[in-house]
Ligand binder design. Structure first.
Ligand code: PLP
Length: 409
């Protein structure tokens, strides 16, 4: 008899993105000139991982005896204070918020899912979403429900969002909405102020049908022009809708491996505060127990020490500028070829629409260009594409989409 329970049998061993990455690396090692636009880490134009030197100084400066000790289950209070302020900005949301430490944004998403949705219920996301949301949902006995992300004019489809949310609330009595903006993975899309206001109005109306929690997945927020738009727009609803934020040092401090993150929550009423704090802390104890103490202490000093913080901001600005040059190059080339893709102003990824993503991916791969298939599009990781390679990348995409269109016709 199989030792694995039926639910765990037959799980895919590898994330499809990592298989595409392995193929790109294999062909590069065999001497081919390859553009690997599949992986979500920011690489310099030299092809090496981009890092922020201030982080290594901050890590080295942590007292070894503190670093080696267990961290508090919920996370060190100075870390939580610094992260709450960074996630929410100064103001009333910060004053009312609670937080727990989590291993990256992934841990924050897990903690939100198990505390704000019942088993069997579905979280609610746009049609284009980061694939591990589905893994997290299925692993925790939940599901994913989507709404069409874009309307005919190419903006966020607020009507579809509200219609689907109301139906979901009528069906399951509560909702957890996850909005990965700004710099959405996989599309690169950021909502503007007007779109956030419309989303807030839709959320306000929908919340009459049952408790709604809205999680801002801030994985890429530090790479946006404006990172507090969501908080400004949703703050007026914060007594009707539970606001959550998944904060992570992975991209913001180029510390993907440190696994430093936090789930920040703004309780609707002061009376809910202790229960939410206890529930989130209980989840920490029942999963990873406590997080990387060294990483949290280093991130705390970089967030609160003015000199370290200024250096971190300057080093990150350089990374934003590096990525910005690729975004400009992509927009220039892609517009001149007439590619269809969402408004793209910054962020690690952009997606290009195609009638047959598998065909487009295969055509690009024949040319040594590796991108990831989605439903109705391919995801292009500009974060891992050197600026000089962007014209070749876009040209391959143009041919890959044209080939798919020819087959679809
Ligand atoms: N959310 C999105 C949309 C992401 O793309 C990622 C990482 O790629 C994460 C959350 C979480 O990353 P981490 O767990 O490293 O913070």
């Amino acid at each position: 008899m199989n030792s694995l329970i039926p639910e765990a049998s037959g799980r895919p061993g590898d994330d499809p993105i990592f298989s595409i990455n392995a193929e790109a690396n294999r062909r590069r090692a065999a001497g081919e000139s390859v553009i690997n636009a599949s992986l979500g880490a920011l690489m310099g134009d030299d092809g090496l991982l981009a890092t922020m030197p201030v982080m290594f100084e901050a890590l080295a400066a942590v007292d070894p005896r503190r670093a080696a000790a267990y961290a508090p289950i919920a996370g060190p209070p100075p870390f939580l204070d610094a992260v709450r302020r960074d996630a929410l900005g100064d103001g009333p949301l910060f004053d009312r918020s609670v937080a727990v430490a989590t291993p990256g944004g992934t841990g924050a998403l897990f903690t939100a899912i198990v505390n704000f949705l019942e088993p069997g219920q579905a979280l609610y996301v746009p049609h284009f979403y980061w694939a591990p949301y589905a893994t997290l949902a299925s692993h925790t006995g939940r599901a994913v429900e989507t709404f069409p992300m874009f309307d005919a004019a190419g903006g966020i489809d607020v009507d579809a969002f509200e219609r689907g949310l109301v139906l979901l609330l009528q069906r399951q009595g509560r909702a957890l909405v996850i909005l990965n903006f700004p710099c959405n993975n996989p599309t690169g899309y950021s909502l503007d102020d007007g779109e956030w206001r419309q989303m807030a109005a839709a959320l306000e109306r929908a919340s009459a049908h049952g408790p709604v929690a809205v999680l801002a997945d801030l994985a890429y927020a530090h790479f946006a022009e404006e990172r507090y738009r969501w908080a400004r727009a949703l703050a007026p609803l914060s007594d009707r809708v539970t606001l959550l934020a998944a904060w992570t040092a992975s991209k913001a401090f180029a510390q993907y491996g440190a696994r430093v993150g936090s789930l920040v929550a703004v309780p609707k009423q002061p009376s809910e505060r202790a229960a939410i704090e206890n529930a989130l802390t209980y989840s920490c104890r029942g999963t990873w127990s406590n997080c990387n103490h060294l990483g949290m202490l280093a991130i705390t000093s970089v967030l609160v020490d003015p000199a370290l913080r200024a250096r971190a901001d300057a080093e990150r600005d350089a990374l934003v500028t590096l990525l910005g040059a690729r975004v400009v190059a992509f927009n220039t080339e892609a517009r001149s070829l007439g590619l269809h893709y969402p408004r793209y102003e910054g962020g690690f990824f952009v997606s290009v629409f195609t009638p047959d993503p598998a065909h487009t991916v295969a055509e690009c791969a024949r040319e040594g260009v590796f991108v990831v298939p989605l439903d109705g599009a391919v995801r292009v990781a500009l974060c891992s594409t050197p600026t000089a390679d962007v014209p070749r990348l876009v040209a391959a995409l143009g041919r890959g989409v044209a080939a798919a269109e020819a087959v679809a016709r």
